[in-house]
Design a protein around this ligand. Structure first.
Ligand code: SF4
Length: 263
């Protein structure tokens, strides 16, 4: 749909609303910003779908919501920079309305390890970078202890790329809307191993119900890539006693990575 068509529909609805309620509403700061829909061909179905994307402002918009994986195939054909630029414009789910910045991820291409968290927190939302608050500092220390860091051999991303308000868990529909981006990132990055920080990340990657307390340190698989869940750094900050088992997980993870790199 064209920007002008959206504006006409919005104005008609607003006028009808004003007449029915007997008042005239003035233009307000949260007025939607309308843009033309970008038309994307969906390779599986041959259908044309609207992605209704716009700039990274968090402004509300009348948009057509594509299905969770509708662009996964086309996204996988993009370069990492192209994909991340697309993520920066995304308005597929409601988190676009409350975010300050989108957080696509950061790190090196062709990393040894992809680290996956659940979603940006306050500091990440303000800076547009993943794991930069207290939990991020701890994550960097954990990675450094096994010879990993985001500047040389890791990439860090999240299940959802925009901050859930009040740091709540991302809702299933938000995870579903965003997951094709992570799928495409994994396809492009081709990490040797994946480290999932916390329950939400490992459950979305495996599609299974996982108890972190019972199953941290176990190996799973995603498209042939070994995946291990361990405690989220935020959990370690809340409970020091979890640091020892997390360290045992990391040592096990490192042994497996060394084996893969040796072959
Ligand atoms: Fe788009 Fe993901 Fe942000 Fe939702 S969380 S608006 S799907 S980038």
């Amino acid at each position: 749909m064209k920007k002008e068509e959206k504006e006409i529909i919005y104005t008609l609805l607003k006028t009808a609303d004003a007449y029915e309620c007997g008042y005239k509403r003035e233009k307000f700061a949260g007025e939607p910003l309308f843009v033309d829909d970008e038309m994307v061909e969906c390779p599986q179905s041959g259908n044309i779908e609207s992605t209704a994307e716009h700039s990274n402002t968090g402004s509300p918009e009348l948009s057509i919501q594509p299905s969770a994986n509708s662009t996964a195939g086309t996204d996988k054909g993009l370069s990492l920079d192209e994909l991340n630029a697309k993520i920066l414009r995304c308005t597929r789910c409601g988190l676009a309305r409350t975010r300050n910045n989108v957080v696509p991820g950061m790190g090196v291409e062709n990393p040894d390890v992809l680290v996956i968290g659940e979603g940006p927190g306050h500091d990440e939302d303000m800076q547009g970078l993943p794991f930069v608050g207290k939990a991020g500092i701890l994550l960097d220390r954990m990675l450094a202890a096994i010879g990993l860091d985001r500047k040389s051999n890791c990439y860090i991303a999240n299940i959802v790329k925009c901050r859930p308000p009040e740091n709540r868990n991302p809702m299933p529909d938000e995870q579903a809307a965003c997951f094709s981006f992570l799928e495409a990132q994994i396809h492009i990055l081709k990490p040797k191993m994946i480290l999932c920080m916390g329950k939400i990340a490992i459950e979305k990657i495996t599609g299974q119900n996982i108890s972190i307390n019972a199953q941290h340190g176990e190996f799973f698989e995603y498209n042939g890539i070994p995946v291990m869940p361990t405690y989220h750094p935020s959990a370690l900050l809340r409970n020091e006693e979890l640091k020892r088992p997390a360290w045992e997980d990391l040592k096990k993870f490192k042994r497996r990575l060394d084996e893969i790199k040796a072959n």
